[in-house]
Design a binder for this molecule. Structure first.
Ligand code: OGA
Ligand code: MN
Length: 200
């Protein structure tokens, strides 16, 4: 894993984002997909909103995903494997890049067929604790023609990322605009943010 953490640091320095395959092994992905949360997500997940808390405003035209927040204290072992690995990533990035990242927040995510998330930035205007966005995809045998790419906008160009099982994408929440393109199949992921504050 240390080699993977080093590559994430290098790519972040280089281009503000990193794309790393096999952050989760096929077995680790399978164990997460088998959790009742995902297996019965229609019962457990809620429509995601735009903005935070009070101004939570559900807007189908902007984003169509359903989410379930994970709680470190109650997360099942299969999900903890991922959360603990994010914890290790934080420690490694703090050492290699002299950062002071402190915590993370993660939700399980499902985009139903045909849904998307329009171009946006992950940092809230009044709240800048989100430093890095980290998304790990859970879709076995995803094919390019099925769509669902994460499109990251960089200066003058863009980079499309297929949501392939085990792949981690990590990018600067404050600078990189991005969007999720619609797909012809359900698109599953763990979506999170690395924060420079501890959340209570
Ligand atoms: C988000 C987001 C990207 C993805 O949830 O804010 O941009 O690839 N997700 O799922
Ligand atoms: Mn986003």
């Amino acid at each position: 894993m240390n080699e993977i953490f080093d590559r994430i640091a290098d790519e972040l320095v280089d281009k503000n984002y990193a794309i790393i395959d096999s952050f989760l092994s096929p077995e680790e992905v399978k164990a997460i997909l088998a959790l009742p949360h995902f297996a019965q997500h229609e019962q457990h997940f809620k429509k995601a909103g735009i903005g935070k808390n009070a101004d939570l405003q559900i807007n189908e035209a902007i984003r169509g995903d359903y989410i379930l927040w994970l709680d470190k204290n109650t997360a099942p072992p299969a999900a903890l494997v991922y959360l603990n690995r994010l914890g290790e990533l934080i420690q490694n990035l703090n050492q290699s890049l002299f950062l002071s990242l402190k915590d993370y927040e993660v939700h399980m995510t499902v985009y139903p067929v045909g849904t998307y998330y329009k171009r946006h930035l992950d940092q809230f205007k009044k709240d800048d604790k989100r430093k890095l966005s980290v998304i790990c995809y859970l879709n076995e045998e995803w094919k390019e023609e099925q769509g669902g790419q994460l499109r990251i906008y960089t200066e003058g160009t863009s980079q499309d990322v297929l949501p392939i099982a085990g792949r981690l994408v990590c990018f600067r929440s404050d600078v990189l605009e991005h969007e999720v393109l619609p797909a012809t199949r359900e698109r599953l992921s763990l979506t999170g943010w690395i924060l420079d504050q501890v959340i209570l």
